[in-house]
Design a protein around this ligand. Structure first.
Ligand code: MD3
Ligand code: FE
Length: 215
């Protein structure tokens, strides 16, 4: 079963998605002018790449990373690495504007002192989707995850602690930031196939970055 939520909030508003999960509407908008060149730089240093799942499927979402650790996959499965296996170089460092945005969003949601060591940068072109999953490869599960959505809108699916639990559909728009921690940290989640409705600044793509404290 799927429930509709109604978080078409205005910038500055906050919607609670759980006891420890908050959608901060438009929270990234004041950072936009500094974020876009930073994303261009990351993309040049560490081009987007389609990971192959342990089951042998090519993911529709393309991935890059910045920060000390990057999320990638090898024959064994998924892992965090210090070296980008596709370039042989360390991941680009986390831009100051990324750190500021992540820490300020986390503090606004009640998580002081958030210092992420990894940032996954996901690129969705029209049709790309992310099936329901949990993020459980981080050693520090006490830290929240902060996610920033830019470009085309997407419908986020927010489930429970079991894959079969009902999901809530949450529209995520350009500039929205979500902070997930505490009892909501291990919830199943995913992204519905992204519709092609080009964004004035980013065109036919959605960029999402998720900040994590891995170690
Ligand atoms: C809820 N990315 O990279 S971000 C992922 O929009 C991922 O690209 C999605 O799921 C995206 O793993 C969603 C939001 C997110 C990240 C981690 C979570 C939501 C979460 C962990 C627990 C609950
Ligand atoms: Fe995830």
């Amino acid at each position: 079963m799927t429930l509709e939520l109604f978080p078409f909030g205005d910038a500055g508003e906050r919607t609670a998605l759980g006891r420890h999960a908050f959608l901060l509407h438009g929270f990234a908008l004041p950072y936009e002018a500094r974020l876009l060149p930073a994303i261009d730089h990351i993309q040049t240093e560490a081009p987007f790449h389609h990971l192959v799942t342990p089951g042998g499927h090519v993911m529709s979402v393309a991935l890059s990373n910045c920060g000390r650790l990057g999320w990638t996959s090898d024959e064994q499965g998924y892992c965090y690495t210090e070296i980008n296996p596709h370039t042989g170089r360390p991941w680009p460092s986390m831009p100051d504007v990324f750190r500021e945005l992540a820490a300020n969003a986390a503090a606004t949601a009640g998580f002081d002192g958030f210092a992420p060591d990894a940032c996954l940068v996901n690129q969705y072109l029209p049709g790309a989707r992310l099936t329901l999953h949990q993020d459980k490869n981080e050693r520090d599960l006490s830290a929240p995850i902060v996610s920033v959505s830019l470009g085309m809108s997407a419908v986020f699916l927010f489930g429970g602690l079991e894959r079969s639990d009902k999901t809530v559909r949450v529209p995520l728009k350009h500039g929205d930031v979500v902070v997930w921690g505490g009892e909501d940290r291990m919830r199943y989640h995913g992204v519905m196939p992204v519709q092609d409705a080009p964004h004035p600044l980013l065109g036919s793509q959605r960029i999402n970055f998720t900040f994590r404290k891995v170690i």
